[in-house]
Write a new protein. Structure first.
Lengths: 326, 366
């Protein structure tokens, strides 16, 4: 297990390094810096701004400074007068934001990530609650009208973009039946609707996975044995079938985290939620490269960590699976 | 003992009889079998028919008597659907290239000829506002039909792109095996962990800032980059799937035989391995196209997708969600694009599921 985690950690660093390097040099490829779009900057001021953000350095030096761990500020590597000896991504410092003056990328993420996490959690709960229920119901009554309805709804949920689902939800639960506020953030009421819109496509997917998994498990010999020895149906389901039937769902949790993060870009924008996703969109559109890169790195870390957790969880749920040694 | 032995001794007559018997059997190829089973699956069959109709409408869009998809009719607000049969409002004359640009945008040569044919057949007549108009007074039906062309084109092109990369990569990796295979698959694992959507948004924003430079220098327009970039994300799963499929027949006799006959690696790859992998690839394709359509919608939502005056379903869906307000619900702006997109994706999903069942070797002959 330790060896597995260490190996994962190594590959994680390789992955993160590729992401950082590729996006860093892509960013440098753009003619005109992030500030050249601003109107009427006199050359002196522009030079000053460029100097402040080290845009006047050669690319390799900017890169080393950005990645760290050494802080290559003007005052020398181990700079005397109060400047930090260490910095850069490796020390967890994602640099200053280019557009949100006086904010570092860490500040922005620190403020917005809890909001996005909470939204993601609500979405995850919606997705699991709706998806598991629908999937089990349709697996227990296969080839009935109920099963068909669930499958149709699940396919439709996958087949619509989540902002369209959000639009329908807003029309339904905000305008026609005024239950929820249309946008904003703060109370539980603000979270339910965006959470549902974010979780709905995932719920549809989970329902399909649960149905397939359950149907397969229910036809296994050990279930027949459990039924034959006189175990009540409820216990057969909860103790034997559910564990095996949920395996596909567990393995989906990793990619799902990634999907929820992605979906949050759109949902946060529609519902005007000040989360990391909306910051990323604004940053990307406004050429705030450090912020956009910081969020990309952060999400890489999150997705990677989640996938590793899922692989670990797998071994607990299915004793037949061993962590691969390669 | 002697009697038993005689049954093994085939006379010439017996052999001929056996040959005749064998000629009586009709073999069924994988595709015939799959087609027969697909026809039994009602949902998949109707999806196929529906998609075929939709695709032809979309392909023949310039020939249909639809109003111009970009002609503005500035009014205070979107007009609801009306059941008027049609009117003679299509008063464009098409002589120079600019004339086409007035009613549409840059059209291909074939599209222009179709527009000419439409003008010749229907004259000025155009359909009524059956689906209503959008907030700028443009006909929604026409926009949905024309938008379908963009959406289908984008998803097909990007899917083909991912197909090409994924199949080559996966097949090569599986066929080489050993260390190379290990390394190549590890690379795919690394790419998997990258939240590509963020990288894509990043790339597209960078591209959109200096598009004109790119276009003049490298003859790359944003749309082509768009296909490439999307295709470049979606090849990962394809590569994995194909590699898995290649590994199983890799050690089988017919590959060995080909190798013994001295066939080169590329020949084995494309003549023997790829056809085997084809069935799973087709299934995967029907499931990738919807994913890419959704991705296009997602990018359009962020303002990074297809650019006006062209339309796509993603843009229409975005227009619909933008028009939501508490005072008046312009339901047609949300419902019709969503219905067009949803039903197409639903049909593709159904077809994909049906194909998966039909091509599943475990269910063969049933």
């Amino acid at each position: 297990m330790i060896a597995f985690l260490l190996r994962r950690l190594m590959w994680f660093f390789v992955t993160a390094w590729i992401v950082v390097t590729v996006s860093f040099f892509l960013m440098r490829q753009v003619p005109g810096g992030p500030f050249s779009g601003e109107r009427n900057l006199s050359p002196e001021i522009e030079a000053n701004i460029n100097a402040k953000y080290h845009l006047d350095w050669p690319a390799w030096k900017q890169y080393l400074h950005y990645v760290g761990p050494m802080n290559l500020d003007d005052k020398g590597v181990f700079g005397g007068d109060g400047s930090k000896p260490f910095g850069g991504v490796l020390t967890g410092d994602l640099g200053p934001s280019y557009k949100l003056r006086d904010f570092t990328v860490n500040d922005v993420i620190g403020q917005s990530l809890p909001i996005s996490m909470l939204l993601g959690l609500v979405a995850l709960m919606w997705a699991l609650a709706l998806g598991l229920t629908a999937g089990m119901v349709s697996a227990l009554r296969p080839r009935t009208g109920l099963d068909f309805a669930v499958r149709l709804a699940a396919t439709a949920g996958i087949a619509l973009p989540n902002f369209v689902i959000a639009a329908f939800l807003i029309i339904l639960f905000v305008f026609l039946i005024p239950l929820f506020p249309v946008a904003g953030w703060g109370t539980m009421k603000h979270m339910l609707l965006p959470g549902l819109a974010l979780g709905a496509p995932r719920a549809a997917y989970i329902a399909r996975l649960t149905r397939t998994g359950m149907l397969e498990v229910l036809s296994q010999d050990y279930i027949r044995t459990a039924v034959a020895k006189g175990l009540p149906n409820r216990l057969v389901l909860l103790r034997h079938a559910l564990k095996g039937g949920l395996l596909p769902v567990v393995s989906y949790l990793g990619p799902m985290t990634a999907w929820i993060l992605t979906g949050s870009l759109v949902i946060e924008k529609i519902f005007r939620i000040p989360g990391t996703g909306s910051h990323f969109v604004n940053a990307a559109l406004n050429r705030d490269y450090t912020l956009a890169m910081g969020v990309t790195i952060l999400f890489t870390v999150l997705v990677y960590g989640m996938n590793t957790l899922v692989d670990l969880a797998y071994t607990f749920l299915d004793p037949r699976i061993k962590l691969e040694e390669s | 003992m002697a009697g038993q032995r005689r049954t093994w001794d085939l006379g010439l007559q017996d052999a001929e009889r056996l040959l005749q018997e064998a000629a009586g059997y009709k073999g069924e190829s994988l595709w015939q079998d799959a087609w027969r089973r697909l026809k039994q699956d009602r949902g998949a069959l109707w999806s196929l028919i529906f998609l075929a109709i939709f695709a032809s409408i979309s392909l023949l869009a310039p020939l249909l008597p639809l109003p111009s998809p970009i002609a503005l009719d500035l009014q205070a607000e979107p007009q609801p659907p009306v059941l008027a049969f049609g009117d003679a409002g299509f008063d464009y004359e098409f002589e120079t290239d600019d004339d086409y640009r007035l009613a549409y945008w840059e059209l291909s040569w074939l599209d222009k000829r179709m527009v000419d044919a439409r003008k010749a057949i229907f004259g000025d007549w155009q359909t009524g506002r059956w689906f209503g108009t959008d907030s700028k007074g443009r006909d929604l039906l026409s926009r949905i039909v024309w938008g379908s062309r963009t959406s289908i084109l984008v998803s097909l092109a990007a899917t083909l792109c991912s197909l090409l990369i994924g199949v080559t990569y996966g097949a090569f990796s599986g066929l080489m095996g050993g260390r190379i295979d290990n390394l190549m698959m590890r690379l795919v694992d690394i790419f998997y962990a990258i939240p590509f959507i963020f990288v894509v948004i990043f790339i597209l924003t960078i591209l959109s800032t200096d598009r004109s430079d790119l276009e003049s220098e490298a003859l790359v327009d944003k749309e082509k980059v768009f296909f490439l970039v999307i295709g470049a994300i979606y090849w990962l799963t394809m590569a994995r799937v194909v590699r898995g499929q290649v590994l199983s027949p890799k050690n089988s006799e017919f590959i060995e035989a080909a190798r013994a006959l001295g066939a080169s690696t590329p020949r084995i790859l494309f003549v023997h391995v790829v056809p085997n992998v084809l069935s799973i690839v087709i299934v995967y394709l029907t499931l990738t196209i919807p994913a890419i359509m959704l991705f296009e919608a997602f990018l359009s939502f962020l303002g990074l997708g297809i650019e006006p005056p062209k339309v796509s379903w993603g843009l229409l869906a975005v227009d619909g969600t933008d028009a939501i307000n508490p005072i008046k619900t312009f339901w047609w702006l949300v419902v019709f694009p969503a219905a067009a997109m949803g039903s197409t994706l639903l049909a593709l999903n159904f077809l994909g599921d049906g194909l998966r069942d039909a091509l599943d070797p475990k269910l063969r002959g049933k």
